[in-house]
Design a protein around this ligand. Sequence first.
Ligand code: ATP
Length: 487
Amino acid sequence: MSKNTDELFKNVIAHAKEYGFVFQSSEIYDGLSAVYDYGQFGAELKNNIKTYWWKAMVQMNQNIVGIDSAIFMHPKIWEASGHVGGFSDPMIDNKDSKKRYRADQLLEDKIARYDQDGKTDKAELLQKDLDDAIKADDLERLRELIVEHEIADPVSGTRNWTEVRQFNLMFSTQMGAIADDADKVYLRPETAQGIFVNYLNVQKSGRMKIPFGIAQIGKAFRNEVIARQFIIRMREFEQMEMQFFVRPGTQKEWFEHWKAARLKWHLALGTDAAKYRYHEHTKLAHYADAAYDIEFEFPFGFKEVEGIHSRTDFDLSQHQKFSGKKMQYFDPELGEDGKPYGNYIPYVIETSIGLDRMFLLTMINAYEEEDLSTEEKQDSRTVLRLHPCLAPVKAAIFPLTKKDGLPEKAREIMESLQLDFNLQYEEKDAIGKRYRRQDAIGTPFCITVDHQTLEDNTVTLRHRDSMQQERVPADQLDKIIGDFVSW
Ligand code: ATP
């Protein structure tokens, strides 16, 4: 990360805290690692991102419906899905510092250092060795590579490493009063399984015909070994997932469809297309026959924001096996041979986006420290150029002064608009200062009520991006704002 991008990232994190977007969880107790709270504007922005996703996926597609399944599920679900046996990261401890690391991450960091030092041959070789070891699930080899490349613990500085072990990422707890392994339940590490186990309930109660999709937004929990880069890797986070059920044999075309549709969703927010790229998985998960990530260029490099996976009939078949219940769908449509397709287990295309990563992406993209200096004076502002639909506050209303009936008039205007838009009323400080505060949280409009308003019912409307001001009738505000911030 260059100094500039490093600084940009730090500034965005500081801004997110200062303006009530994201706080470290349990801050007064020195924080809880990799857990974050969303503040007053963060919660609004997050909700708006959810709405944008829900509208695009559920409201705009007649064959996709949304559900809200519980976080706790029967423990057998996680055996069937493969999470009990296989959802783990290779981890290594340093015996001196007692610190725990992801073995693959230590090696990735070393590769980055080789690259930085211009040792590209070494970097390439180690990358290949690492890929081979991961592909073969060879934990001993990972340790050998750490030793061979003389990787020292950044804390203790020593190379006194333990063996590499697999560390399961699922959190578990006990359900009911008795602490007994039979009552062990997990906090879900993904929302997808709540959709799979309900797919026939939804299909039957909604009389859905294949192809159809089920969408869900909800919390997921992973005991990540190392947590870093702010809200990129959290232990409690939120996912927006959609499982699309298709006829076997059609999965390739639906995979292509959703791969393209999901990137379009991102770009419709006006983000520079050069900031996005697809990344094809070469090592596929046990359930997948194709997988692509949509990556975004964060200040620290390209990172996965969303995964599009062709999951075959793996999950539904597993649930059929583990639950003993039929998971087949009856397809009445006629095939080329004139007979109904009949019973089969559908194939699934999944789109899975991390809401928190989308949140960070949105903040980083919108954040600008703008130089407004003129020959006469130095000036600058920090502005969040958020898409108006995503902005936490749509308009701020300011009485020019605190007297002469201006606050009353401003509140009257606010009351006529607040059912439709999230608004903020502010009367403290000079107007210029109030503008800056709204710029910093990304409010697209500021409305100022002055003495002229009392005479002709017009107000000054100030635009966030251009900082232009215009005089408009107060009774047209709902149309002007509505046209701008509507989806
Ligand atoms: P990564 O490789 O970065 O760990 P993943 O491949 O495990 O991610 P998926 O299981 O495909 O991720 O989950 C789908 C999405 O959920 C990811 O694209 C990401 O946006 C988000 N996500 C996954 N893990 C976390 C986490 N610990 N914190 C925040 N978001 C996460």
